[in-house]
Design a binder for this molecule. Sequence first.
Ligand code: SF4
Length: 224
Amino acid sequence: MSVATSGFEPAYLRLLRSGELEQRVKLAWRHLEDCDLCARYCRVNRLQTVKGAVCRTGERAVVHNYGPHHGEEEPLRGRGGSGTIFFSWCNLRCVFCQNWEISQKGIGREVEPSELAQMMLDLQGEGCHNINLVSPSHVVAQILAAVAIAALRGLRLPLVYNTGGYDSLEALKLLDGVVDIYNAGHEVWRFGNRPSVLSRAELCGGQSGSRQGNAPPGRRPDPG
Ligand code: SF4
């Protein structure tokens, strides 16, 4: 039995019914004008420019690829695979990133929220067990917009927020009640080269953990 047919209801459907999801999308889009959507707090108007934005991402999300991922942690991949969407660019810019062409050169394609929504629906149609959003921190607004569209079109899979952990409390509040599973990697901890990363990740881990329970630290999949 797939998640889509098991009677499971993802968190975002309740917000869709109440109208709150639509309000979250509008609010998130306003955050793009003075961006505080991750812990970098660049305060850039991303609707006009990417200059000064650490993530180099403007109004549209950039996607490198998407598809069923069978190398994800077992509880997420199941038999049908985790429906993974790999976002290009990243707010962390780690010097050791194994996917630096994607995270720091931005290889990928700009997509409208409706295209992102269709990717989610395609993954559901392929039998994936969840929508696994990889490197999502800098595209929270675009994800919310896509989820609102996809939910109206029949998306019923749980959302996995597969983050490096450098999120802002503002973004996590926007995601509260939308995301079902937080999978925080925190891979920068061992290097200790940015003390603020640890303090903010701890803070945001507390925020997400208070809602959904903390998932164990997870490996970020190689999109190869
Ligand atoms: S998402 Fe983060 S890195 Fe990107 S512009 Fe906003 S605050 Fe800066």
